[in-house]
Design a protein around this ligand. Structure first.
Ligand SMILES: C[S@@+](CC[C@H](N)C(=O)[O-])C[C@H]1O[C@@H](n2cnc3c(N)ncnc32)[C@H](O)[C@@H]1O
Length: 236
């Protein structure tokens, strides 16, 4: 496995961590103790109210046959990337990007000994890969962490680098129905710890999708009383 921290010519050598991550998510991804605390499958499952495996498996299934060059945009605690790699055909390869170098090192440690996976330090809002260069891309609980401008750029970049016919699979928060007990209990928690997440409660995700790239929404499903959504885009 190859870990690339250098950028392509014309891009800076090591990218700085965006302000929203440093200010809002320092405790989850940036602080030196973050990985020690959060890199536990049971904990990420608890944070998703017991739905991690269900959402992981649904997202991987939605990507379709894992053939060609696949892209995972942002590292995820737990075994998502290992499961993605397990499902790849022999000829397939996986690139994973993240903006925080410690997250890349952590993923490298988790994937030790596996081949066909390349890790890059990249900003999801400006991936730096060629147009149409991936067979499919996965955004697993990244968009709710981003301010609106960055979220919009991330979606545009995911679609730009995905080749026609390829899927961009998004798993993320969604507004639960009003009878859901978490509608009232979880909202203040999100407002405190993950303030941008409530954007996805208030708006349809299509609000941040690009207008200048051709794609269609192939499917959308909600899970757990509507608290989570799985949206599949197909590049045209
Ligand atoms: C995929 S999201 C959340 C995943 C989920 N909450 C989990 O269990 O890990 C977390 C990752 O997104 C990364 N990230 C956030 N903003 C990014 C950006 N602009 N570009 C690349 N990676 C980013 C963070 O560094 C972090 O590793």
């Amino acid at each position: 496995m190859k870990q690339e921290l250098a950028q392509e010519p014309g891009l800076p050598g090591v990218l700085s961590v965006p302000r929203y991550l440093q200010e809002v998510y320092w405790w989850a991804y940036v602080h030196p103790n973050a990985i020690r605390v959060f890199e536990r499958q049971w904990l990420v499952n608890a944070i998703l109210w017991g739905n991690f495996s269900k959402l992981r498996d649904a997202a991987l299934q939605a990507l379709g046959p894992l053939q060609g060059r696949m892209l995972q945009i942002a590292c995820v605690y737990g075994d998502l990337t290992a499961r993605l790699a397990d499902g790849m055909s022999q000829a397939a390869s996986l690139d994973v990007v993240d903006i925080v170098p410690a997250q890349i090192s952590n993923l490298q440690r988790k994937l030790a000994g596996r081949s066909g996976i390349t890790l890059f330090q990249r900003d999801s809002a400006s991936l730096g890969f060629a147009d149409n260069s991936y067979a499919g891309a996965l955004l697993f609980f990244l968009l709710h962490e981003q301010p609106q401008t960055v979220r919009r750029q991330t979606l545009a970049e995911a679609l730009r680098v995905t080749a026609p016919g390829g899927r961009v699979v998004i798993a993320d928060y969604h507004c639960p129905s009003r009878w859901h007990p978490l509608y009232y209990l979880f909202r203040p928690v999100l407002a405190l710890l993950e303030p941008y997440a409530l954007d996805l409660w208030r708006n349809d995700i299509s609000r941040w999708m690009p207008e200048n790239i051709r794609f269609h929404i192939e499917s959308r499903r909600t899970f757990f009383g509507g608290l989570y959504q799985l949206v599949v885009l197909v590049r045209e």
